[in-house]
Design a protein around this ligand. Sequence first.
Ligand code: CP
Ligand code: NVA
Length: 309
Amino acid sequence: MKHFINLKDIPAKDLRKILVDAKNRKKKRQKLNTLEVDKGSPLEGKLLIQMFEKSSLRTRLSFYLAIKQLGGGTLTLRSNELHLGEGGETLEDTAKILSTYGDGFILRTDNDNKIENFKDYLSIPIINGLSPSSHPTQVLSDIFTIEEIKKKPISKLNITWIGDSNNVLNSLIAASVKFNFKLNIGCPKNYVPNKLVLDWVKKNKRKIHIFHNVREASINADVILSDKVISLNDKVNKKIKISQFKNFRITQKLISHAKKDCIFLHCLPRGSEVEERVFFSKQSKVWQQALNRIHVQKSILLYCFGKLR
Ligand code: CP
Ligand code: NVA
């Protein structure tokens, strides 16, 4: 059994194994319908319990389909439906019950410690379905999408992030160390990545490149990624923050500084950080990116259940 909480804590060779398995499984499903089960039904009889303390469209649906396609099933809970959410039961007891009824647990929360606490009391794997510090299933799937489209290992590509230093970027930074790719970040001066994240990069003897000018960050990019300026857990003055990012929008002019065949990715949902012209352009691969979450998360589930070959 393995947990999937933060990319920085997962060995690079395991992350690569997950991507290889996802590629093979995706290829073999070309003629199958949405709910048809993969040959061998590797997670038959398994129950995945998902709990969302905040909104989700893609993560909940893609995990629903992922476990279904592996032969298992899922139950999705809102935290306020549990005694735990009302303060009427401890996390320890809740974790023990989840482990009694279920085989795996996904948690989306505003509190990173809660994931760690659940990990301590669960006897089933826990997957981070997004927390303030990271969004690991999203970013591993994005690496898959990039390699699928570019037909090259990501270590041979220039990746640029334009936007807030948030959970998705933290996971992308962790991925840049694990997969050894060049990462440029374009962000305002007062929105650079967290010191703990930068120290971890240094400790691993790697470098990321931070720019406060979007043009410089985008020169020669093979891929430009972005995300909302205001994240779900942001308790900021939204108007002020959005105005501080006014020079950090993904526009067609900006994309023209990147390589000719540069692609644009966005985890979604989107805000005003990307021009419609870019979002709906041929270079934008956001729908393929969203679809691939099913394929990669299947292999993440197999990894967590100890069934990845
Ligand atoms: N990208 C992503 O995680 O989307 P949801 O918030 O809709 O799950
Ligand atoms: N950074 C965003 C990602 C949403 C999928 C958030 O945390 O809201």
